[in-house]
Design a protein around this ligand. Structure first.
Ligand code: ADP
Length: 231
C-alpha cells in the first residue's frame, strides 16, 4: 500500500527577476492516512511553500510528490481542481470568510464550485453536518461579522470539512486568536483526527504543535527533524 502523501527530494525555487530564492531544498517524507503532523520551523523556513505544494496549490521545481501513489506532475488541470476541491480542505490564519455573508453561505462555498452537482437538499445536509462538527449549528444565520474570532475560525474549519476531504491543512490556524479560543480550535482538530481525518498543521508555536502526534521540523527549506511527538 502506498502512503497517502510521499515527497521525494522536493525542491522549490522562486525566481523574480535576477533573484532566486530556494524555499525548499530536497525535502523527503511520507504521511499516512490518519496522521496528525505538525510542520514546524522559523519564519521563512519554507513551511507555507510546502503546504501549497502538498495541497495542490503550487508545483515543485524539483523532486516528486506522490499522492495516493500517483505522481502529481501527471495530473491534468481538471484532475488538480477536483483533488483540490474534494481531497483537501484548508484553514488559514486569517479565516478568509466572505464579508456580508452568513455562516451557512460561507460553509456552502466549496459546494458551489461543483456546478454539475448542485442539489440544495444534499448541500443542506453537508453544511449542517459540518457546522455540527464545529458546534456552530446555532449560528448558521449569523453574518460573518457578527461572530467572534474563534467562531470565525470554526466556520473556516466547517468550510474546509464540507466536502468530507481526507486531509485538512491548517496554516497557523490559531495565530490570530487568544489562547482560550486557540485551545478550542486545536481540540476540534484533535477530535477530527480521532475520527480519521489526516491533519497537517503548520505552526511555529511549540504549545500548538503539542496537539500533533508527529513533528516535522523545517529549517532553510530542509527537513532537519522528523519525530514522534510524545508530549
Ligand atoms: P514560512 O511559511 O516558513 O514562513 P515560506 O514558505 O513562506 O516560509 O517562504 C520560504 C522562502 O521563500 C522565504 O524566503 C520567502 O521569502 C520565499 N517566498 C515565499 N513565497 C514566495 C514567492 N511567491 N515569491 C518569491 N519568494 C517567495
Amino acid at each position: 500500500m502506498s502512503s497517502l502523501i510521499e515527497v521525494k527530494n522536493l525542491s522549490k525555487t522562486y525566481v523574480s527577476g535576477e533573484v532566486e530564492t530556494k524555499a525548499l531544498c530536497g525535502a523527503s517524507f511520507e504521511i499516512e492516512k490518519g496522521e496528525f503532523v505538525a510542520i514546524m520551523g522559523p519564519s521563512g523556513s519554507g513551511k507555507s511553500t510546502l503546504m501549497q505544494i502538498l495541497g495542490f496549490l503550487d508545483k515543485p521545481t524539483g523532486g516528486e510528490y506522490l499522492y495516493q501513489g500517483r505522481n502529481v506532475e501527471n495530473y491534468s488541470d481538471d484532475e488538480l481542481s477536483v483533488v483540490r476541491n474534494q481531497e483537501v480542505g484548508f484553514v488559514f490564519q486569517a479565516f478568509n470568510l466572505l464579508p456580508r455573508t452568513t455562516v451557512y453561505e460561507n460553509v456552502e462555498l466549496p459546494l458551489l464550485y461543483d456546478t454539475e452537482k448542485v442539489n440544495k437538499e444534499i448541500h443542506k445536509n453537508k453544511i449542517n453536518k459540518a457546522l455540527e462538527a464545529v458546534s456552530l449549528s446555532h449560528r448558521a444565520d449569523y453574518f460573518s461579522n457578527q461572530i467572534s474570532g474563534g467562531q470565525k475560525q470554526r466556520v473556516a474549519i466547517a468550510r474546509a470539512l464540507v466536502n468530507d476531504p481526507k486531509v485538512i491543512f491548517a496554516d497557523e490556524p490559531t495565530g490570530n486568536l487568544d489562547s482560550k479560543s486557540g485551545k478550542k480550535i486545536m481540540e476540534i482538530f484533535e477530535k477530527l483526527n480521532q475520527e480519521g481525518k489526516t491533519i497537517i498543521l503548520i505552526t511555529h508555536e511549540t504549545e500548538i504543535a503539542k496537539y500533533a502526534k508527529r513533528v516535522i521540523r523545517v529549517e532553510d527549506g530542509e527537513v532537519v527533524k522528523d519525530v514522534e511527538n510524545n508530549e
